[in-house]
Design a protein around this ligand. Structure first.
Ligand SMILES: Nc1ncnc2c1ncn2[C@@H]1O[C@H](COP(=O)(O)OP(=O)(O)OP(=O)(O)O)[C@@H](O)[C@H]1O
Ligand SMILES: [Mg+2]
Length: 350
């Protein structure tokens, strides 16, 4: 059913970057269509996975949601407040309630700060508590993320990648956020500690019940933590479904291709899906029609001509595919059929 009051609502968001070095008439010069008309909601306490290949726009989308990038068009509502227009105490509240964990912990913390200083930084910026309270909260957070208080005065270079990512998670949780974005939080870690950090996130999510937008290029990792998954291809969502529906019955050929990339012990299951050929095209000059058509085994003429509008299949499922949308009973468009309205396609060159 439609979630009338989601914690996060992304509405037809576009983030285009003019190519640097292009001086003359920059507005009409070549642009990177990093995010190109994305609508998505995250309910309270829900965990949504965002997957797509490198360059599909995942980080750009998350930075726009955090308010770091200004959207070219569209908007992001956090608890009903426009993230990019909020001022004063509304803006401070949003900064406190939304936090982020990045891919590379060494790059995302100040190397000259101790663990304590790193964890306390957001609390200081937000003016939360006095020095004693911040100290107490730091111990509590270290305990929460499974780190010994003996590490409290160490520097980043004295910690392992896994330990430092735990510190980054503690920092993100220090302001008691109700929404967390994790942008490939295990991608830079040794394989041996990835599972530990994933387990930690799953446990914290259960204990603290924050909403989560979990970004990865790997469906297997996302399936570990997400209730629902949004699949991004060249700046556009091609499919949104519950993790169960997606794994049992992927509808978009690109989702199938991502599933093919998940190693499977059963060779018959592995043969079910075709792996994608070629590479993701440039976001400066996206292919005509459906952006996936040059790599799609099912592509037809109309896929080369027009972009398929994202339509609601049933319940919470959404799909942007000319060929597969017709496989099912006629898509139910509009009110009550899903949690987000279908987004009409607007040619980005307009
Ligand atoms: N600040 C920027 N200026 C210009 N182009 C950018 C900028 N940030 C990202 N891009 C471009 O936007 C597109 C999307 O990049 P983004 O980093 O969001 O992808 P991603 O899905 O996070 O990839 P990865 O999996 O490699 O992290 C890419 O073509 C990238 O080159
Ligand atoms: Mg990224």
């Amino acid at each position: 059913m439609a979630d009338v009051n989601p914690l996060l609502r992304i509405e037809n968001l576009r983030v285009h970057f003019p190519l640097t070095g292009w001086r003359v008439a920059a507005r009409r010069g070549p642009v990177v269509h990093a995010v190109d008309g994305v609508s998505l909601t995250v309910a309270r306490g829900e965990s949504v996975g965002l997957i797509g290949e490198s360059g599909s726009g995942k980080s750009t989308l998350s930075r726009a949601v955090m308010g770091v990038y200004r959207p070219t068009s569209g908007r992001v509502l956090f608890d009903g407040i426009d993230v990019h227009r909020a001022k004063g105490s509304a803006e401070r509240q949003i900064r406190r309630r939304m936090q982020m964990v990045f891919q590379n912990p060494y790059a995302s913390v100040n190397r000259r700060y101790t663990v304590t200083q790193i964890i306390q930084e957001p609390m200081k910026v937000q003016k939360l508590g006095d020095a004693a309270e911040r100290e107490r909260r730091t111990r509590e957070l270290l305990d929460l993320v499974g780190l010994s208080s003996r590490l409290a005065y160490r520097y980043p270079h004295e910690l392992s990648g896994g330990q430092l990512q735990r510190v980054a998670i503690a920092r993100a949780l220090s302001t008691r956020p109700d929404f967390l974005i994790a942008d490939e939080p295990t991608a830079a870690l040794d394989v041996s500690v990835r599972a530990q950090v994933m387990n930690l996130l799953v446990d914290l999510k259960q204990e603290l019940n924050f909403s989560l937008l979990f970004i990865s290029h790997d469906l297997a990792t996302v399936s570990y933590i997400a209730d629902r998954v949004a699949v991004l291809y060249l700046g556009r969502l091609v499919e949104v479904a519950s993790i169960d529906d997606l794994e049992r019955d992927p509808r978009h050929p690109y989702t199938e291709a991502l599933l093919a990339a998940v190693p499977r012990p059963d060779p018959d299951a592995a043969r079910l899906y075709r792996a994608p050929g070629g590479e993701i095209p440039s976001a400066v000059n996206p292919p005509s029609g459906c952006h996936y058509h040059p790599r799609c085994p099912l592509a037809e003429e109309r896929c080369r001509q027009e972009y398929p509008p994202i339509s609601v299949l049933s319940g919470n499922r959404r799909l942007a595919c000319h060929v597969r949308a017709g496989d099912r009973p006629a898509p139910r468009l509009g009110a009550g059929a899903g949690d987000e309205p279908p987004v009409p396609y607007i040619d980005p060159s307009n």
